[in-house]
Design a protein around this ligand. Structure first.
Ligand SMILES: *Cc1c(COP(=O)(O)O)cnc(C)c1O
Length: 391
């Protein structure tokens, strides 16, 4: 296959023409059950009527005008996100990496504000924060960093889920902690229940900012509107993107308290960030999520899927762990299982494998019970066949 696209992705040999809810259709008319959702992006499913209508209406009115002017829809969106999260304000951008870039810039400014010339940020092993130079430097995956030295400095890396390790940091230059409530790309890693609360009290005592990368865990995915809402902890900074626009590119960096005062005129910006079209999509997403209680639905569906997978696969040789939070589900196997992606595709099922050995499921929050049961049935058969073949 030749193409003029830079080969940054190992793509599956399929092209989709349209979708409807949890279904995608390819150029041959074949139908696929989508348990990837464009990697946690299309949480309302494909071609959602409320998002489609908001986009069509807004496209006929005003797509873009620049942040040189006030944007009503951006102000509305910031207000809704702050009301939902308890944050004070928002900066809008176009991706998860950019939302984290804004967070990193807030932390650096906060450090300088405190008289620290070389501020450092605690980040975790196994994390993923994006592909820009600063965010790949923050990312805890050597494959993402390989060949891009010199990396951006000022990061202190610690094991994920280990609050003791953070407590043991004795470096006066540290000003912030950047962490995912659940590691997504890292293999659906769920930290101990008290992890964020312990990080929060540590940060409070030391004057550090607690910065949460909720790019994947945000917008209802884990069974709460934001992943940290399982814990009662409010962060100082929170990055959002992925599902915020259901596929329309939009990211946001929310901040609270002193962190909300760091990015002033001239200190940050984005040409497209928070334009009327993207904000109209995000407002339709939030309206649908809240009106249909889809975060609660994610919690119920997630439990249904976990129960189904555990009933069929728990204790089977080759299966290490079946875990999840809401509709972020990982089936960790003993050996690499990337070939399951192609096997599932053949059978009209879209799944993802991350960290080589973990089947990751991120189905849309609008999945029906029947679709959830179909997903369990089909995936379990595939995993069993894979394990049998591997011996
Ligand atoms: C996907 C992801 C990112 C990067 O988002 P992009 O929109 O691809 O830049 C950052 N952090 C987390 C936790 C993610 O899952």
């Amino acid at each position: 296959m030749t193409s003029n696209i830079m080969p940054t992705y190992a793509r599956q040999p399929v092209t989709f023409t349209h979708g409807e809810g949890a279904w995608l259709f390819d150029t041959e008319g074949k139908r696929y059950l989508d348990a990837v959702s464009g990697v946690a992006v299309c949480s309302l499913g494909h071609a959602h009527p409320a998002v489609a209508k908001a986009l069509c209406d807004q496209a006929g009115r005003l797509v873009h005008c620049s942040n040189l002017y006030r944007i009503g829809l951006q102000e509305d969106l910031a207000k809704q996100l702050c009301d939902l999260s308890g944050m004070d304000n928002a900066f809008f951008c176009n991706s998860g990496a950019e939302a984290n870039e804004a967070a990193l810039k807030i932390a650096r400014r906060y450090g300088h504000h405190r008289g620290i010339d070389t501020p450092k940020i605690v980040v975790m092993e196994g994390s993923f924060h994006g592909r820009t130079l600063a965010t790949l430097s923050a990312t805890g995956n050597p494959k993402v960093q390989e060949g891009f030295a010199p990396l951006v400095g000022g990061f202190v890396r610690l094991p994920y889920g280990d609050a003791e390790a953070v407590a043991a940091v004795d470096d006066p230059d540290v000003v912030a902690v950047l962490v995912e409530p659940v590691q997504g790309e890292g293999g659906v890693r769920i930290p101990p229940d008290d992890y964020l609360a312990r990080l929060k009290s540590l940060c409070e005592r030391r004057g550090w900012l607690l910065m949460l990368d909720e790019v994947q865990t945000g917008m209802g995915r884990t069974g709460r509107m934001f992943g940290h809402q399982h814990t009662g902890v409010t962060p100082d900074v929170m990055a959002l993107a992925k599902a915020l626009g259901n596929g329309v590119p939009i990211g946001a960096c929310l901040a609270r308290g002193v962190a909300a005062e760091m990015l002033t005129a001239g200190k940050h910006g984005s040409t497209f960030g928070g334009n009327p079209l993207a904000c109209a999509a995000a407002l339709a997403v939030i309206d649908t999520l809240t009106r249909q209680s889809l975060a609660q639905r994610a919690e119920i569906l997630g439990q249904r899927l976990l129960d189904g997978f555990r009933t069929r696969l728990s204790g089977r040789p080759g299966v290490i762990e079946i875990r999840g939070l809401g509709l972020m589900i990982g089936l960790e196997l003993e050996r690499p299982c990337t070939r399951l992606v192609g096997m599932a595709l053949e059978q009209g099922l879209l799944i993802n494998v991350t960290a080589e050995r973990t089947v990751r499921l991120l189905p849309p929050l609008i999945l029906t019970d029947a679709q959830a049961d179909d997903l369990v049935e089909r995936l379990c058969s595939l995993v069993e066949a894979h394990l049998d073949a591997a011996g």
